[in-house]
Write a protein that binds this ligand. Structure first.
Ligand SMILES: Nc1ncnc2c1ncn2[C@@H]1O[C@H](COP(=O)(O)OP(=O)(O)OP(=O)(O)O)[C@@H](O)[C@H]1O
Ligand SMILES: [Mg+2]
Length: 240
């Protein structure tokens, strides 16, 4: 393992503030689609400190989702380097391990499994990481209570409202106590009141658990509630 990696220092009990490396470090990243015809990122740099909340702000099509996908190891950069917790996302094995153990995703199309219950959907990341059943049950109880859907634990996700589903997606993202949460328009499809509640839940849980958050949002008030706002435009990522 690389010397700069913080992964080995996280035994589940180590305080996250003890991490000596950035939660996310994007350096000189380029990304194009369609055989280079659509150039999206042209030397993007982003650093997110452990426990820091950073908003990605920018026009539609500027590359916010693309950047989140790259950081999450869901796609590969053409050039440049991405490190999560000091670990380069070099091989597919690295990316899978980071996704399972250290990253949580809250995306607008939340990819919940409609036929499964709230509790079963929440359990998916814990199963993938091989966590003990008793620990998983306790964590599901804790998270569903925190977001106010504990009473719906046994209900199928397909029977829930949009805001309730988004809260399930938050629980699922936080299931494995990730160090870094990546959120893409997590409130985009919700009415204003529900969007406020969902954002507050994300913020409170992220703060309580000491995770870092990188969130793409078009909602100015949510961006302003973060520690920093970064503007994504013309292929670059700069302070707003
Ligand atoms: N797989 C792909 N193939 C081709 N083009 C793509 C692909 N993914 C993204 N793009 C293009 O890359 C550009 C950036 O897209 P991206 O989804 O990152 O923007 P965004 O900033 O998230 O926009 P929005 O605010 O609308 O969500 C867009 O022009 C998009 O059409
Ligand atoms: Mg997007």
């Amino acid at each position: 393992m690389n010397d700069r990696s913080a992964l080995s220092s996280r035994g589940g009990t180590a305080p996250r503030s003890a991490l000596s490396v950035p939660a996310v470090e994007v350096t000189g990243v380029w990304k194009a689609f369609d055989s280079g015809r659509i150039s999206v990122l042209e030397g993007a740099d982003v650093t997110v400190a452990p426990g820091e909340m950073v908003a990605l702000w920018g026009p539609s099509g500027s590359g916010k989702s693309t950047l989140l996908h790259l950081v999450g190891g869901l796609d590969r950069a053409d050039r440049g380097e991405i490190r999560v917790l000091g670990q380069p996302l070099a091989s597919e094995a690295d990316r899978v391990r980071l996704r399972r153990r250290h990253l949580g995703f809250v995306f607008q199309l939340h990819n919940l499994i409609p036929d499964l219950t709230v509790a079963e959907n929440c359990a998916v990341p814990a199963l993938a990481a091989g966590r003990p059943a008793a620990e998983t049950r306790a964590r599901i109880d804790e998270l569903t209570e925190a977001v106010g859907i504990a009473h719906r634990r046994g209900h199928r996700v397909q029977d829930l409202s949009g805001g309730e589903r988004q809260r399930v997606a938050i629980c699922r993202a936080l299931m494995n106590k990730p160090d870094v949460i990546l959120a893409d328009e997590p409130t985009g499809s919700l009415d204003e009141e529900t969007a406020n509640k969902v954002f507050e839940l994300i913020r409170d849980l992220v703060r309580r658990e000491g995770a870092a958050l990188l969130v793409a949002t078009h909602e100015r008030r949510f961006a302003e509630a973060c520690d920093r706002i970064l503007r994504v435009a013309k292929g670059r990522v700069l302070p707003l």
